[in-house]
Design a protein around this ligand. Structure first.
Ligand SMILES: Cc1cc2nc3c(=O)[nH]c(=O)nc-3n(C[C@H](O)[C@H](O)[C@H](O)COP(=O)(O)O)c2cc1C
Length: 320
């Protein structure tokens, strides 16, 4: 059973899987491996560093002839970043976390597919208004930054599907294996966008220490917080907390974000520990499905396994 959906048709890919454009972690090698495996690999250009993006696009181009894309954090970029990305002729540009209106028309005019990630229904309506080709419905199970309402993927995805249909929806948040992909399809999504699982791959730009922390963790070891962004001075909009593994900083400052903000000694201590690469303080972004991540696999194999498992799961519940 091939899992053909409106997403696979629109993007001309074999499998209904996209890898998340994890800023700085999803480079060209990861995106290319996912695309070569039949999914849609997305380079995580984050805040739009030109040098980084140029290098990683070069890596992706040399490694695959399949479609791949580039993702940005909307709140952190300007139109130059999108213009540069369009010069690289990606198959898609994905925009997340903020108002995509200033960039949407430019992407659409270029013929590149516009993917918008949304965290609540207002964002989903706006994504429709600005002409998204694909909408990623991100539930609060997700690793990394997410919406402040915390609505879970299981509840959020069908609500977005009902709102934006027939625009293809990808489910994101807490999907790490074929059962999750099968569930997403059953909820009406046209596929899954997966982040945390792809961090434990040789292709991701993730240190071995962080990969080990992910392999050792369970979903209950994660926590949504603003605390680590405050500690590292990251100017994220308040409406987007992040899901990370628990650590010593969270244990010390939980519920006391305002105090932390004004404690210059504590902030200085944090910066010194972070500069040493101390994993007791650094954010390790992870979704609630991190407990399903227990091995390092090639990204290509993950695409194949997740697809095959999803086909088996769907056949199990509805034998043909
Ligand atoms: C390490 C990490 C970094 C992320 N960085 C970005 C990013 O730069 N831009 C973005 O759109 N989403 C980012 N995300 C969120 C993903 O797009 C996606 O919503 C999430 O990974 C899905 O949940 P999952 O991690 O449970 O698969 C990141 C997620 C992780 C885990």
């Amino acid at each position: 059973m091939a899992l053909q959906t409106s997403f696979t048709k629109l993007m001309s890919v074999r499998h209904p899987i996209a890898s998340a454009p994890m800023g700085g972690e999803a480079g060209g090698a990861l995106a290319a491996a996912v695309s070569d495996g039949g999914g849609l690999g997305l380079i995580g250009a984050g805040r739009g560093d030109r040098e980084w993006l140029t290098r990683e696009v070069g890596i992706a181009r040399r490694a695959t002839t399949e479609p791949w894309g580039i993702g940005f954090l909307v709140w952190a970029i300007d139109t130059d970043a999108v213009a540069l990305a369009l010069e690289f002729e990606p198959a898609a540009i994905m925009l997340s976390f903020g108002d995509p209106t200033p960039f949407a028309q430019r992407v659409r005019d270029s013929g590149v597919k516009l993917i918008l990630q949304v965290t609540d229904l207002d964002e989903a309506r706006r994504a429709l208004d600005v002409g998204a080709d694909i909408i990623v419905a991100q539930g609060g199970d997700a690793g990394g930054h997410c919406g402040e309402n915390g609505i879970g993927t299981l509840s959020f995805v069908p609500a977005v599907v009902d709102l934006v249909g027939p625009t293809p929806v990808l489910a994101a948040g807490g999907i790490a294996d074929g059962r999750g992909l099968a569930a997403a399809l059953t909820l009406g999504a046209a596929g899954a966008l997966i982040g945390t699982r792809f961090q434990a791959t040789p292709e991701a730009l993730v240190s071995p220490e962080i990969v080990k922390a992910l392999l050792d963790a369970d979903g209950q070891d994660t926590e949504r917080n603003h605390t680590l962004d405050i500690a590292r001075g990251a100017p994220w909009p308040h409406r987007y907390p992040a899901r990370t593994l628990r650590n010593a900083v969270l244990d010390r400052w939980r519920g006391r974000d305002d105090e932390l903000r004004s404690d210059t000694t504590a902030l200085q201590e944090y910066r010194e520990a972070a500069a040493r690469g101390d994993l007791n303080v650094l954010p390790v972004w992870a979704g609630q499905a991190v407990g399903l991540v227990d091995s390092i696999e090639s990204a290509r194999d993950i695409v194949t396994t997740v697809t095959t498992e999803a086909e088996q799961a769907l056949t199990r519940v509805a034998p043909r």
